[in-house]
Structures are given as C-alpha cells and as structure tokens.
Design a protein around this ligand. Structure first.
Ligand SMILES: NC(=O)c1ccc[n+]([C@@H]2O[C@H](COP(=O)([O-])OP(=O)(O)OC[C@H]3O[C@@H](n4cnc5c(N)ncnc54)[C@H](OP(=O)(O)O)[C@@H]3O)[C@@H](O)[C@H]2O)c1
Length: 264
C-alpha cells in the first residue's frame, strides 16, 4: 500500500520545502493550506518532477472542524498516512490586549488545537502499522525566556515541544517517531505575513537559516527519532544559555534584545 505524508502550511516557506524534499525521497503527498492556486501549482510540479501521487485540501485550520475534514478525506480516498508534518503557523505580534480575541483564538486553533487533533486522528493508524513519522514544527521561541509582545507564540511553541516529547516516548514501542522541529529565524514569508520584515531584517545574517537546511535537518531528526531538534549552532547556543542560566539573567538578556524587534 502506498504511503502518504500530510503537510500543513505547504503553500509557502518551510512547508513548501518539506513538500519538495519528501517528494524527492519518493513520498506521496497531501498538501494543506488556504491558498488553492499555490497548492495546485506545487502538486502539479512535484507530480511531474518526481512521479509521485499528490493531493491537496484547501483548509483554514482556524476552523474547528478542519482536522476531521482532512481525516475524512484520507479515509474516503483510502490514503495510508505514514507521515504527518504539522507546520502551518504564524505570529501575532504586538501587545496582547491590542489584538481581538478572535485573532488570538484563531492562532491557538491553528498552532495548537489542530496540531494535537491531527496527531490524535492519525496516530492510531501509525501505531497499528508499527510505522509512523510525526514532525511538529515548533520554534526556538519555545526554549528562550519569555518576552513582551507576541505573547502566545512562545507559549504555544513551548507546549508543542513538551507535547511532542511525551508522544515521542509513547511512540517508541510502536515504531512511531515524533520530533518537535525548532527553527530560529528562517527565510520564508513568515515575517512578511506578520509585518515585522523591516524590523527583523536588521538582525545579523548569522542569525538566519534557509528553509532547505531546516527541513533536511528535521527529516533527519525524525528518522533518528530525536524528540526535538533545534536548527543551527547559534540557535542551540541560545537555547542552552536560556535554559542553563537563572531566570532573571536570561529574561534580562532576551527581553532587552527582543524589545528592539518588537511591533507595538
Ligand atoms: N520563518 C521563521 O523564522 C520561523 C521560525 C521558527 C518557527 N517557524 C514556524 O515554522 C512554521 C512555518 O512557517 P514559515 O516560516 O514557513 O511561514 P510562511 O512562509 O508564512 O508559511 C506559513 C504556512 O502556513 C499556512 N497557514 C497560515 N495560516 C493558516 C491557516 N489558518 N490554515 C491553514 N494554513 C495556514 C500558510 O498557507 P496559506 O496562507 O496558503 O494558508 C503557509 O503555507 C510555522 O509554524 C512557524 O511558526 C518559523
């Protein structure tokens, strides 16, 4: 039976790169995002280049019924899901009270609830098959000290890291590998979408990675069943400093720096 990988947020950035690299490795794909034209284009291209089977599902993951819709589509079309890449995400910059509740609620639905629900829907089949790969795209922000602004982002990503780690331990005896992938600043549409491109482009070049390296390291990590992978040496140093120094020190270090790149 053919194996399929689902990738959420596959219309751009890191998700698109996951589609490229998994297609190159022979995976059949189911791509999810809101922009139909992008998904169609990517599916056509990868089908042509790598002779794989491709599907796309247009879904806004802020809708509470969307994970079930994705699962039902796969069931109806008897698609055997052996890999799930929960990648869709974005940041809501600015002060907490300045965004409408709906904006916060949508971001939690996309980056937290839908991730957990998709894992819950697809994990049992992987467990049954004794083969599965789950990558939850978190962030370095889940490791560093809290900063003002972007209140929910770091908290959401920290949740994903802890959740993925627990699921990784559960999956060990069933052949299901689970990894939280934790990139730092990566060249994608992310900072254009949240309107912080001008600010973050002042960051030094060595702070940035490209999606190609982030994704190849993620695929490698899930194959080795590493519970979390922080991309890049600089980011690993930042995470280590943040977790090994007293709270007051890392808060002082990161809060001061992050204020410079904060949208009000
Ligand atoms: N870039 C970075 O510096 C960075 C750093 C750390 C972690 N990350 C994480 O990496 C992941 C991918 O981000 P990226 O950098 O590749 O950003 P990106 O280029 O902006 O791509 C985001 C993807 O998510 C999809 N998406 C956004 N909202 C959605 C929704 N409501 N429903 C369905 N799909 C939605 C977008 O597709 P549509 O617009 O077509 O729906 C797009 O495909 C995110 O989880 C992000 O938090 C990024």
């Amino acid at each position: 039976m053919k194996r399929y990988a689902i990738i959420t947020g596959a219309s751009a950035g890191i998700g698109h790169e996951f589609a490229n690299q998994l297609a190159k490795n022979g995976w059949n794909l189911i791509l999810i995002a809101r922009r139909k034209n992008k998904l169609q284009e990517i599916c056509q291209q990868l089908k042509q280049d790598f002779s794989i089977d491709t599907h796309y599902i247009v879904a806004d993951l802020s809708g509470i019924n969307q994970p079930q819709k994705i699962y039902d589509y796969c069931k109806k079309n008897t698609l055997n899901i052996a890999m799930l890449v929960n990648n869709a995400g974005y940041g809501v910059p600015g002060d907490f009270e300045k965004s409408h509740w709906q904006t916060h609620s949508d971001s939690l639905q996309v980056m937290l609830n839908s991730v957990v629900e998709l894992c819950h829907l697809f994990y049992p089949q992987m467990q049954h098959e004794k083969y599965g790969r789950i990558i939850n795209v978190a962030s370095l922000a889940g490791f560093v000290a809290p900063t003002a602004g972007h209140c929910l982002y770091g908290a959401t990503k920290a949740f994903l890291i802890r959740f993925s780690h627990s699921l990784n331990l559960e999956g060990k005896e069933h052949g299901v590998h689970v990894t939280a992938l934790c990139p730092g600043f990566t060249y994608t549409e992310f900072h254009d979408v949240n309107g912080t491109r001008g600010m973050v482009s002042k960051l030094p070049k060595f702070m940035w990675m490209n999606a190609n390296d982030v994704v190849s390291q993620g695929i490698n990590a899930v194959e080795k069943n590493i519970p979390f992978k922080i991309n890049g040496k600089i980011n690993r140093i930042i995470a280590a400093v943040s977790s090994s120094t007293p709270d007051w020190f890392s808060r002082m270090l990161f809060a001061g720096k992050s204020n410079k790149y904060r949208k009000r």
